[in-house]
Design a protein around this ligand. Structure first.
Ligand code: SAM
Length: 303
C-alpha cells in the first residue's frame, strides 16, 4: 500500500500544526508512515485582500465561502496528485453530511487515494462547491462546530491509527470498539482494590480462557445495553459506510448461527493490516517539495 496522503484545506492551518506534531500521530508523520499537508484557501483568495467569502444572496446572517478560491485550491491539489499518479477523494466537512464512522475510517485508510478534507468556516460553503466539486460530504456528528478543523483532526486520527506501523501494538486495534461490531470490554489496572471497588476476580485469576470468555460476555452485554443497534447491523462499519474489512466483521455474519463475532471466532489480531505492503516501502514515489500555499506537516515543523 502506498503512503497515505491527507490534505486539509482550511482558512486556519495553524490550528492543526501543534496537533500534528504530538504523540503517536507526530511520530507517524516523522517516520513517514503518512503525510499531512495543510493548504490555506486564502492563498487562492480574490484580489489584493485575498477575499474568500461574501454575503449570502437573499440576505441573512453570516458570510459564505465563495466558489472561486475553493475550486481553485481543490483543482490545484487534484492536479498535483494526478501528476504523481494518485487519485483523490474530496470530502466536504459539514454537519449536513453522512456521519463519519469507523467503517469510513477503515475504508479511507485502505484506499490508495489522497484524501482532501475541506474545512469550512462562517455559514459554510457556496452550494456550487457541494454540487460540482466534492465527491462526498461527511459530518462528525449532529452538532454544529465553528469550523471543520476539529472534524478534520478527528478524521486524521481515526484514519492514521489504522495505517500499518502507526500503533505500536496492533492487537489494541483488533479488540477495540467497533472493530468486531461490538463495544470493547471494560479495562482495569492496578490497584486491585480502590476505595472499596475490587477488580473482577477473573481478571486476576491468570486463567486466560476464563478471562477471554468474561471479556467476550462483557463486550456483548455492554453493546446490548448501550448501543443495541450495533447488534443489528445498523452500526459504524456495518451500514452504508462499511468497508470490506467492516463487512467481514459484521456481527450477524461473523459467528456461528448469527452470533456476534467474538474472540473465539475473530481473525488473528493484525492479520489484515499485516497483509498490506508496509508504508514507506521502497518503490513509493519520491516526496516533492511543498508549493506556495501548502504546508507539509512533518512533526511540528512547517516547511
Ligand atoms: C458554523 S458551520 C456552518 C453550518 C451551516 N451553516 C449549517 O447550518 O449546516 C461552519 C463549518 O464548520 C464545519 N462543521 C460544523 N459542524 C460540523 C460537523 N458536525 N461535522 C463536520 N464539519 C462541521 C463545516 O466545515 C462548516 O462549513
Amino acid at each position: 500500500m502506498a503512503m497515505k496522503h491527507i490534505e486539509v484545506l482550511t482558512l486556519f492551518p495553524q490550528l492543526l500544526q501543534p496537533f500534528l506534531g504530538e504523540g503517536v500521530l507526530g511520530r507517524a508523520l516523522r517516520k513517514g508512515l503518512l503525510e499531512v499537508s495543510l493548504v490555506n484557501f486564502r492563498d487562492q483568495g480574490l484580489g489584493r485582500h485575498r477575499v474568500v467569502d461574501d454575503v449570502p444572496y437573499g440576505g441573512g446572517a453570516g458570510m459564505v465561502l465563495r466558489p472561486e478560491p475553493i475550486f481553485a485550491a481543490v483543482r490545484e491539489r487534484i492536479a498535483r496528485h494526478g501528476d504523481q499518479g494518485r487519485r483523490t477523494r474530496t470530502v466536504l466537512l459539514t454537519p449536513q453530511g453522512r456521519p463519519f464512522d469507523q467503517g469510513t475510517a477503515r475504508a479511507w485508510a485502505e484506499a490508495d487515494e489522497a484524501l482532501l478534507l475541506l474545512s469550512g468556516r462562517y455559514e459554510g460553503f457556496d452550494e456550487r462547491i457541494r454540487t460540482a466539486l466534492v465527491d462526498e460530504e461527511r459530518s462528525l456528528g449532529d452538532f454544529v462546530l465553528l469550523g471543520g478543523e476539529v472534524a478534520a483532526m478527528a478524521i486524521i486520527e481515526a484514519v492514521a491509527r489504522l495505517l500499518p506501523g502507526v500503533l505500536g501494538n496492533p492487537d489494541s486495534m483488533a479488540e477495540e470498539s467497533f472493530a468486531l461490531g461490538l463495544l470493547e470490554y471494560p479495562h482495569y489496572t492496578r490497584p486491585a482494590e480502590f476505595e472499596g471497588m475490587r477488580v473482577p476476580e477473573v481478571l486476576v485469576s491468570g486463567h486466560h480462557a476464563e478471562i477471554r470468555r468474561w471479556r467476550d460476555a462483557q463486550a456483548l452485554e455492554r453493546t446490548r445495553a448501550r448501543r443495541p443497534e450495533l447488534l443489528h447491523g445498523d452500526a459504524p462499519g456495518t451500514g452504508e459506510n462499511q468497508s470490506r474489512a467492516g463487512r467481514r466483521e459484521t456481527p450477524s455474519r461473523a459467528g456461528p448461527a448469527g452470533a456476534p463475532r467474538t474472540a473465539a471466532t475473530r481473525r488473528k489480531p493484525g492479520t489484515a493490516p499485516a497483509a498490506r505492503k508496509p508504508a514507506g516501502s521502497p518503490g513509493r514515489k519520491a516526496k516533492q517539495a511543498p508549493r506556495a500555499g501548502e504546508q507539509r506537516a512533518i512533526g511540528s515543523k512547517t516547511r
